[in-house]
Design a protein. Structure first.
Length: 218
């Protein structure tokens, strides 16, 4: 993917009076372009099929995991799945080595997130999980579809590898935005595939504004 703008150009030629708004516009443009560039492939069909089959037909659950900022996105995806009718949990890859691996059951599906595809803890988690259940399916969200982790996955959902908007080009910014969007795609399509209704939503949201909204007109 060739990007139209060098991300470092966002931060040049700005005066103190204009830098915040100018940078904001550039970041919005860069991240919007990155989202539009996420590859749309049949891998999403396979991912949703795996989730619906393993969780909704076989009684398993989705186990999401990532390290660092990717781990926070994994937690968000897991809780969003759980709130929309697909049982899901977050598994910290380091804690998995200290007993939490026991949360994985035979009919589960792993959803792993690693932007680099080289995250040591994720590679180790794959080895441990497959050692527990050798045929455990793995869905991977990554910016590096040619990585070692990607080769071990059953389904690879590539982010497209857009550069981070961080001025250092290091801090997870654009990459975590794309991970979140890909998670939304999986959640919404799984809701549609399972026929998840407003009534179903209300049963899982008893408090707060969303609970009130979900129970309207019932």
């Amino acid at each position: 993917m060739r990007w139209n703008r060098n991300i470092n150009q966002i931060y040049t030629h700005l005066t103190p009076a204009t830098d915040i708004l100018a940078t904001m516009r550039s970041i919005l443009d860069a991240e919007s372009q990155a989202i539009r560039s996420i590859p749309v492939t049949d891998a999403y069909v396979r991912a949703v099929e795996l989730i619906t089959d393993r969780v909704h037909k076989r009684g398993g659950k989705l186990v999401a995991s990532g390290m660092g900022k990717a781990g926070q996105i994994a937690m968000n995806i897991a809780t969003t799945f759980a709130s929309t009718g697909t049982p899901a949990v977050n598994l910290h890859p380091s804690e998995a080595q200290h007993g939490d691996l026991g949360i994985i059951q035979p009919n589960d599906v792993l959803l792993l997130i690693s932007n680099s595809g080289k995250t040591r803890e994720i590679k180790e988690l794959i080895q441990l999980a497959r050692g527990l259940y050798h045929d455990l399916p793995i869905i991977l969200i990554t910016g590096n579809p040619d990585s070692e982790v990607a080769q071990a996955a059953d389904v690879v959902l590539a982010t497209g590898g857009a550069p981070e908007v961080c001025p250092l080009g290091l801090t997870p910014t654009t990459s975590t935005t794309m991970m979140t969007v890909i998670g939304d795609v999986l959640v919404v399509n799984t809701m549609q595939a399972t026929g998840f209704t407003r009534e179903d939503y209300a049963k899982r949201h008893h408090g707060g504004y969303l609970g009130t909204q979900a129970r309207k007109n019932q």
